[in-house]
Design a protein. Structure first.
Length: 25
């Protein structure tokens, strides 16, 4: 596993959560 891949995956999950939160609001 590469740190870049992990970070990218984490960022993607965070972005999805943020988008969902904004839509929910």
């Amino acid at each position: 596993m590469t740190p870049s891949g992990t970070s990218r995956a984490a960022f993607t999950l965070i972005e999805l959560l943020v988008v969902i939160a904004i839509i929910a609001l």
